[in-house]
Design a protein around this ligand. Structure first.
Ligand SMILES: Cc1ncc(COP(=O)(O)O)c(C=O)c1O
Length: 417
């Protein structure tokens, strides 16, 4: 298989292709096919961008229909029928039935741009520069978002100072540390050296940070902390939203309503680029065009996104995700954890991580290579990349899910023997 074009001409910045050095042609459901016609089971899911399956037939047909009518594709942020239908469906079928109340801001097409919008708007609202983010978080790679992202390797690429963020220890990091009290002390103590933030931004389950779910109780405590101190709560649901954790929004399990929510990846339905910021109406202090961009809303992404909302409701995707999540959990508890008592399993819905860190962080890399040899695609995450991440499309058939898990179990057994 010829990969020399990429090696000769594509920048060294390329990354995922180094783990999976094949040239891919087709994809359907939870299977990706390479140029030689070899099928791979996908436990990576475009890092959460194709939750509803590669080339989901219903969504794809809606896009094909739209293309065949010469429907407008690029319209800046002008009013269009696909945008109207996307907004109406998201508001009336997803947001309102959950008792939430958000306006929608369309951002540049990647998640990081929605994060930029969220922190700009939070700072504008509160007239404060600082933002609290949690150690272990990932919020994107453009400079504002990167100032939040805690991974030192990614931050090192900035070549500029990354300011106006205070990183707070995540609740799993120091046993006995009351993280809420710690944040309260930072803002109350006139010798803390830390400025009161405009917002606290968080993932409800740190994904790139190593599949680290925050408890329902902790999410509620952050909500209370923000309310009590006139600070905005921003949830980054870019990777773990769109049903990944078993409900459309990942924070539903805690019964909270953040002030802002950033979404991307699967919000574009079929892996189409789209990023949105959901915001409480009273926070909408933007002046026209103050967070601008050419690609704020691709019409095909609107078509695919709207179709995905209809499709996920029709097909009980939230419930199915929870059911399949239990299959994954019980399989790993039965077949993989007994191999070595130092292995740890964390996750919910259809995002799970097996942490090899207490044995040898490099083992996760060995296992993903063995998986790939056996036609299973999965990635690693977390400190030293020690966590093997399991994140199949939510539509994966049970048999394929089990097949992938068996490949994984065999690879783990071989690596740990
Ligand atoms: C939680 C979270 N926030 C933000 C981003 C950045 O999104 P994008 O890569 O589309 O800029 C990601 C990407 O993986 C993410 O997982």
């Amino acid at each position: 298989m010829n990969t020399s074009t990429f090696e000769n001409y594509e920048s060294e910045v390329r990354s995922y292709c180094r783990h999976f050095p094949k040239v891919f042609t087709n994809a359907k459901g939870a299977v990706i096919t390479d140029e030689d016609g070899v099928d791979y089971i996908d436990f990576f899911c475009g890092a959460g961008a194709v939750n509803y399956g590669h080339n989901n037939e219903y969504i794809k047909q809606k896009m094909v229909e739209y293309l065949s009518t010469d429907g407008i594709i690029h319209a800046l942020d002008m009013y269009t029928v696909p945008k109207r239908e996307f907004i109406e469906t998201l508001e009336h079928k997803i947001i309102e039935p959950r008792g939430f109340n958000y306006k929608i801001q369309f951002c540049g097409p990647t998640g990081t741009n929605a994060v930029e919008a969220a922190i700009k708007l939070a700072r504008k609202n509160k007239g404060r520069r600082n933002v609290f983010a949690f150690m272990g978080c990932f919020h994107g790679m453009t400079l504002g978002a990167l100032s939040l992202t805690s991974e030192m390797y990614a931050r090192g690429g900035a070549g500029a100072s990354l300011n106006d963020v205070t990183h707070i220890p995540a609740p799993y990091m120091f046993e006995g540390l009351d993280v809420i009290q710690y944040m309260q002390t930072l803002i109350d103590d006139d010798h803390s050296g830390v400025e009161k933030p405009a917002a606290v931004i968080m993932e409800t389950l740190q994904a790139e940070g190593g599949i680290r779910p925050f408890s329902d109780e902790f999410l509620r405590q952050v909500r209370d902390f923000c309310d009590k101190n006139d600070i905005l709560m921003i949830v980054d649901d870019i990777q773990v939203g769109c049903c990944r954790c078993g409900s459309f929004f990942s924070f539903e399990r805690a019964g909270i309503e953040p002030d802002m929510v950033v979404m991307s990846k699967s919000i574009g339905g079929l892996g189409m680029p789209l990023a949105i910021l959901l915001l409480k109406g009273e926070l909408d202090l933007w002046k026209p065009g103050e967070h601008n961009g050419t690609f704020r809303g691709n019409q095909l992404s609107f078509i695919a996104g709207k179709a995905s909302f209809d499709w996920l409701l029709e097909n009980n995707v939230e419930e199915e995700t929870r059911r399949k999540g239990e299959l994954v959990k019980s399989f790993i508890e039965r077949e993989i954890l007994p191999i070595d008592s130092r292995l740890e399993l964390r996750g919910m819905g259809l995002i799970w991580g097996i942490d090899f860190g207490k044995i040898n962080p490099e083992l996760s890399e060995v296992v993903i290579e063995k998986c790939f040899e056996n036609k299973l695609i999965c990635e690693c995450a977390g400190r030293d990349g020690s966590v093997l991440k399991i994140m199949p499309p939510l539509v994966i058939e049970d048999t394929l899910l089990m097949k992938g898990l068996n490949i994984l179990a065999d690879a783990a057994k071989e690596a740990l023997k």
